[in-house]
Design a protein around this ligand. Sequence first.
Ligand code: ZN
Length: 89
Amino acid sequence: MACSIDHKRIQEIMSELPIDQGGIGRHKCAACAYEEGFRRGVNGEDDFNIHEIINDLEESQAQNQRHKSPHAAFAKGYYDGINEYYNTH
Ligand SMILES: [Zn+2]
């Protein structure tokens, strides 16, 4: 399945992510990875398996998330989510 979400809100963040050189998260939607990381960070979650999360993502060849690292995207999303968590607690 391919991701059909319009990740308009986070295109600037996507443009700054590294390219997935090694292909370990090949074709997975980096924007969905960012959103999933953010959701977990903002909820203060710290018990999860990144491999399983990225494996479960939809694929994407669209917009600025094309070929971007879903691992870096997840980490950036988690970081932003944790910051948001601190700002609201
Ligand atoms: Zn997506």
